[in-house]
Design a protein around this ligand. Structure first.
Ligand code: NAD
Length: 459
């Protein structure tokens, strides 16, 4: 059987040593420099893939977040790589133990299209910090960004340190079957299952950064104005195409009308118009996704749909924000991740009812809670399970370097960002150093009377 070129490249990289601390720091500095120097190129590539992507969104989510992550990693890496050493338990004294982080080998990174640059360079930062070599498969849905990633990486890294593979879903499938030492996949839950099956053939450990429906719960006396301001920001950013975008809102029925009013106010204030001249609002990534979203709306009764822009001017995949008033749970809209600018608001009776509603679904990537009451916050924290819980603000928890980012259950497994990324991409090797004076002889066969006494005494 002929060996695939990707396979040959992987084997070649696996035969090479891990990157030294100095190499890692050099490469991370070069990556940071390249991102700074190519800001406009990144903005343009993503925007051409999307038809239009707000340049400020790209700067915030694909440039700034990455630069901060790299800066944090460079600052702390010399400490992270250090072995953790101690003297063994007294029975083995004076032997010593250590946990030494070592590179796993070659890491595969598979990225989606919604933040096509960030979701390559974020995992890459962690993988390089841990000393790994890396093979990257960017999304085929954003080909201009994929090309840019390939050429930037070729400028920064020798090919045997980082290789970028371009191609369609068939190539992605092949890629996920390679015998990587670790595979970090970001994408949908559906494809995540395929990736995990493929990786299982080689016992490749996986980190799965998946999606799902991230609910928002608004406490009975929390300011609707404040909640709406934060939800409007988090939901319409990148036209709702964010893994941690608020998917739907749970609130008491009598607060739905004032919430819609407040959402309208904050939406119009953020995006006064939906015409082509408004640079701040992004398009849906392509016609297929635009039609999928329109299809979700077509299944709903007209009276439930609230267009926030009277003349929505949906064209060339620009889709204006839409609110859906209390849809039925059985609607497709409430069954799948929306991943677009549609915000359902669902009536609940009280906090317990809201918690039940959340717990009947898959474990979300993020649960948003708007509340100023400690008891409510504690109750929601203890009675629900989600990748993360964000209280009184949307999206920004992603940018906290000290918070691991990842899902649970259907929203993913494993996590990264900051130190957690370094740990995920490292093998924490246990090392035991036997001292010259070896007390273990006291418990070695033959078990004489004296040895038996000692063992009895210790047990
Ligand atoms: P996707 O699952 O369709 O694609 C992701 C990657 O998988 C792409 O690189 C693609 O080439 C590859 N792929 C697609 N089909 C494949 C197959 N059959 N076999 C092997 N590989 C395949 O996801 P998407 O549409 O690009 O991205 C949207 C999803 O990603 C959403 O569910 C979103 O919530 C999730 N997401 C999660 C995070 C996170 O950090 N948890 C971040 C962004 C997006």
């Amino acid at each position: 059987m002929q060996t695939h070129p990707m396979q040959t490249q992987l084997q070649h990289m696996q035969a090479l040593p891990a990157l030294s601390l100095n190499q890692r720091l050099d490469r991370l500095k070069a990556l940071s420099k390249a991102i700074k120097e190519n800001k406009q190129g990144i903005i343009d590539a993503i925007s051409s893939d999307y038809g239009h992507r707000a340049s400020s969104e790209t700067l915030l989510a694909e440039v700034l977040v990455n630069l901060e992550d790299i800066k944090h990693t460079i600052k702390h890496l010399p400490r992270w790589v250090k072995a953790n050493k101690w003297t063994a338990d007294w029975k083995f004294w004076p032997s010593r133990c250590a946990i030494i982080p070592e590179a796993k080998g070659v890491v595969g990174i598979m990225a989606p299209w919604n933040y096509p640059f960030n979701l390559v360079t974020g995992p890459l930062t962690a993988a390089i910090a841990a000393g790994n070599r890396v093979m990257i498969k960017p999304s085929e849905v954003t080909p201009n960004t994929a090309q840019l990633i390939q050429s930037l990486m070729a400028d920064i890294f020798p090919e045997d340190e980082v290789t970028v593979i371009l191609g369609d879903v068939a190539v992605a499938d092949e890629f996920s079957r390679l015998a990587f030492d670790h595979l970090l996949f970001t994408g949908s839950t559906r494809v995540g299952k395929i990736i995990m099956r493929n990786a299982a053939e080689n016992l490749t450990p996986v980190t799965l950064e998946l999606g799902g429906k991230s609910p928002v719960l608004i406490d009975r006396d929390y300011s609707l104005d404040k909640a709406a301001k934060s939800i409007a920001k988090g939901k319409w950013f990148n036209a709702g195409q964010t893994c941690i975008a608020p998917d739907y809102v749970l609130i008491e029925a009598n607060r739905i009308a004032p919430l819609i009013k407040a959402l309208k106010k904050h939406t119009i204030s953020a995006y006064p118009s939906m015409t082509g001249s408004n640079d701040d609002y992004s398009c849906v990534v392509n016609t297929q996704h635009f039609e999928r979203l329109q299809g979700l709306l077509k299944q709903l009764p007209k009276e439930q749909i609230i267009e926030l822009y009277p003349d929505p001017q949906n064209h060339t995949n620009r889709m204006a924000p839409v609110i859906v008033n209390n849809p039925d749970k059985q609607q497709e809209l409430m069954q799948e991740e929306i991943f677009g600018p549609i915000l359902p608001i669902v009536a609940v009776q009280d906090l317990d009812d809201a918690i039940d509603y959340i717990n009947q679904g898959d474990k979300p990537l993020t649960l948003y809670l708007f509340s100023n009451r400690r008891t409510t916050i504690r109750q929601v924290r203890q009675l629900t399970s989600s990748g993360s819980l964000a209280v009184n603000e949307t999206l920004v928890h992603f940018a906290q370097q000290r918070l691991p980012f990842g899902g649970i259950g259907a929203s993913g497994m494993g996590s990264y960002h900051g130190h957690q990324g370094f740990i995920t991409m490292s093998h924490m090797k246990s090392v035991y150093y036997q001292s010259r004076l070896n007390g273990n002889d006291l418990v070695r066969a033959p078990f004489t009377k004296l040895k038996k006494k000692i063992i009895n005494w210790m047990s």
